[in-house]
Design a protein around this ligand. Structure first.
Ligand code: UD1
Length: 363
């Protein structure tokens, strides 16, 4: 079986690590196409090296652009690559513009498409990712769902006969790296001395267009982070740095410490070292849950509603509406005492992904 993984953005590299490793134990021919949506070393190379992912077979070098330009350029660049290889499967991951372009290019050339992380829904049509997920699911031939909830969404859209519940491949990687950190083989970067004295800290990320692209909202979120009584380590996506600079918003002040985007092992070590997480990332909500740290999500909804059970995750669409004391109490709340469900699988999802592709090949 010939399988071509199409990836382009940071969270896809993490998922690819699990899938590439699972293919490494088989006779199947697995190739990697990197679209180039993420090109900074901190967002791309460190994941390939740090997670021992084979170098991409093809790099399209597409880069940044508006949604239409980025999706269209990727689609045009992928056409000849898929036409030349004619794989048994094109495997696309998650919900980025690279995902949609990969699904469209393959579907239009009658090459079977499998969508890993199918069936997630925010039901928020203002998110670019929601369009990408829905369109990709409806274009794909095989829907690899991470959760029972995702299977329910696919069923509600008439897609049940293409869906297979595999569990979440991100769990495979997250638990492997957690064990590495616990063995002392990876550590969190040190905080500057002035902030270190006031450990424990909160770990934060902020990158979604809804939070970064409106100057008033971004300023309010930065104020909410700097107003907290404990240090906050904010691993900054280049998009955040670019928007803050253009709006004249100062990031690195008070107890707010700006770091580079972290390699995956360091990210896991930092979450484990922290007392909680504040984020708008889907992946980090789940990583916090798996690593037993409370998470506060700066959004109105989540594609991972299982994390909300028992209070491990809390949605705060706008910290200003809470007031500073309630905001601080929310992000610094103690971890729930109740035990957690494990709705995301057992850390062996990638093997199930390979099996599902074998079972459905050329059907
Ligand atoms: C993309 C995904 C988002 C995912 C995120 C993970 C879409 C629509 N969005 O968002 O779902 O959660 O990746 O990080 O596909 N930039 C750089 N260097 C890079 C890449 C980007 O500086 O290597 C800057 C550019 O200014 C670019 C901006 O970041 O315009 C946004 O990048 P883009 O890939 O369009 O979207 P993300 O915000 O990264």
């Amino acid at each position: 079986m010939k399988v071509m993984s199409v990836v382009g953005a940071r969270p896809q590299f993490v998922k690819l690590a699990a899938v590439a490793a699972a293919f490494g134990n088989t006779e199947h021919h697995h190739t990697i196409v990197h679209t180039g949506q993420h090109y900074d070393a901190d967002l791309s190379d460190v994941f390939f090296h740090g997670l021992s992912i084979p170098e991409p077979d093809v790099h399209l070098g597409v880069g940044s652009g508006t949604h239409g330009v980025q999706t269209g350029t990727t689609l045009a660049a992928l056409d000849p690559v898929i036409a030349a290889a004619r794989p048994d499967w094109v495997l696309v991951y998650g919900d980025t513009n690279s995902t949609l372009a990969g699904a469209l290019s393959a579907a239009k050339q009658h090459v079977p498409v499998a969508h890993l992380e199918a069936g997630l829904r925010s039901f928020n049509r203002r998110m670019p990712e929601e369009h990408n997920r829905v369109l990709t699911d409806h274009a794909a031939d095989l829907l690899l769902a991470p959760t029972e909830e995702a299977v329910r969404h696919l069923t509600a859209e008439g897609l049940a006969d293409r869906a297979v519940l595999t569990g979440d491949v991100m769990v495979d990687v997250c638990l492997r790296l957690r064990d590495k950190v616990l063995r002392g083989e990876a550590t969190a970067p040190a905080l500057p001395a002035s902030r270190n004295a006031r450990k424990p800290y909160l770990f934060a990320t902020l990158h979604r267009a809804e939070n970064t692209d409106d100057p008033d909202r971004l300023a309010a979120l930065v104020d909410a982070l700097t107003g907290l009584p404990v240090p906050v380590v904010l691993a900054a996506h280049p998009r955040l740095l670019a928007r803050a600079a253009s709006f004249g918003i100062k990031l690195d002040h008070g107890l707010l410490h700006i770091s580079r985007p972290l390699p995956y092992a360091e990210l896991i070590a930092t979450v484990l070292d922290s007392r909680g997480v504040i984020t708008d990332s889907g992946g980090l909500q789940k990583e916090a849950y798996l690593l037993e740290r409370v998470c506060t999500t700066l959004r109105t909804e989540t594609e991972w509603p299982e994390t909300l059970r028992g209070g491990w995750n809390a949605l705060v669409p706008d910290p200003r509406e809470l007031g500073s004391q309630a905001w601080s109490d929310t992000v610094l709340r103690p971890a729930p005492k109740s035990s957690r469900d494990m709705p995301y699988g057992d850390g062996k999802a990638a093997v199930r992904v390979v099996r599902a592709l074998e079972d459905h090949v050329a059907r």
